[in-house]
Design a protein around this ligand. Structure first.
Ligand SMILES: [Zn+2]
Length: 291
């Protein structure tokens, strides 16, 4: 099973590697003429005390933990067998990630064969969205908003904070540090053991609000309509939290109304004059990525 999961990760990486941002060059050019408002940049560049909280987890360890989480996620939900769609989502995701302060992480984006509405990030930059989520996106800017929210969790190391939080792992800070500082094999075992707790309990509410704010800035920097993510939150507002397809997302996140209220307050009027694009229709994208 373990070898199979590793093979999946390896094949995903090979399948998805390619000229990441080539297809999005037009957006790069558009951006040159449309600088993102200075205040938004400050929000993204704001430093937090995460360095202190996550200091024992250096980048190689962060990536190793993330690979183990990704293998566990893929063990539960396999990838969708649609290479064109996988290439498209990976290209879009990498283009968005290239706009952040951590462009050199091994960013990999994939679509899970699952009808529920969800998105997952792992430390180090593996990000997955479900088939059910893609089916409910009304335009590319909405998908860019969702992917950017997940990218926000990675660049701000929210999962590393969760690992070190007693509330999630049930372990004291010292015990977590002890496990993290052992060899690579022990680190992998530790990550596999805490995977369920971390993803079932979800992240800190404030980290979710922060990922929303960071996500809006990344999507706007990448040339997309900054209101893509708020628009997805509006869609979520109209869903029944008991609906099986949405229940995990509702259990692990603050309510869409709270998120939308805070996000629109944080955005204020600063994005009103930005000229972000709604992107291309998915039908057009699937043609572009099908060869
Ligand atoms: Zn989130």
């Amino acid at each position: 099973m373990r070898a199979y999961q590793k093979l999946l990760i390896a094949s995903l990486t090979i399948l998805l590697c390619g000229p990441a941002a080539a297809q999005f060059d037009f957006l790069k050019k558009a951006l040159e003429n449309a600088p993102i408002p200075g205040k938004a940049k400050t929000a993204l560049d704001k430093t937090m005390d995460v360095a202190e909280k996550t200091k024992e987890i250096d980048e190689p360890k962060e990536i190793a933990i993330g690979q183990e989480f990704a293998a566990s996620l893929l063990g539960a939900k396999p990838l969708l067998n649609d290479p064109a769609l996988q290439r498209y989502v990976n290209t879009l995701g990498r283009w968005l990630a290239s706009q952040t302060e951590r462009p050199d992480l091994p960013w990999t984006f994939g679509v899970l064969n699952d009808d529920g509405f969800n998105a997952f990030a792992t430390p180090g930059g593996s990000i997955f969205v479900t088939k059910g989520l893609l089916a409910r996106m009304r335009n590319e800017a909405e998908l860019a908003g969702v992917l950017s929210h997940e990218i926000g969790h990675v660049i701000r190391k929210h999962y590393l904070k969760a690992i070190q939080s007693n509330a999630v792992t049930g372990l004291g800070v010292d015990l977590v540090a002890e496990n993290i500082n052992k060899g690579p094999a022990e680190l992998k075992t530790f990550a596999a053991n805490i995977f369920k707790d971390v993803y079932a309990k979800g992240l800190d509410k404030d980290d979710e609000y922060e990922a929303d704010r960071v996500g809006v800035v990344i999507a706007a920097r990448a040339g997309f309509d900054a209101y893509g993510l708020p628009s997805v939150l509006q869609t979520l507002q109209s869903q029944n939290p008991q609906d099986k397809g949405f229940s995990l997302l509702f259990e692990t996140h603050p309510t869409p109304t709270d998120r939308l209220d805070r996000l629109t307050r944080a955005m204020g009027t600063r994005f009103e004059s930005s000229t972000g694009s709604a992107g291309k229709p998915f039908s057009e994208r699937s043609r572009e990525f099908s060869h």
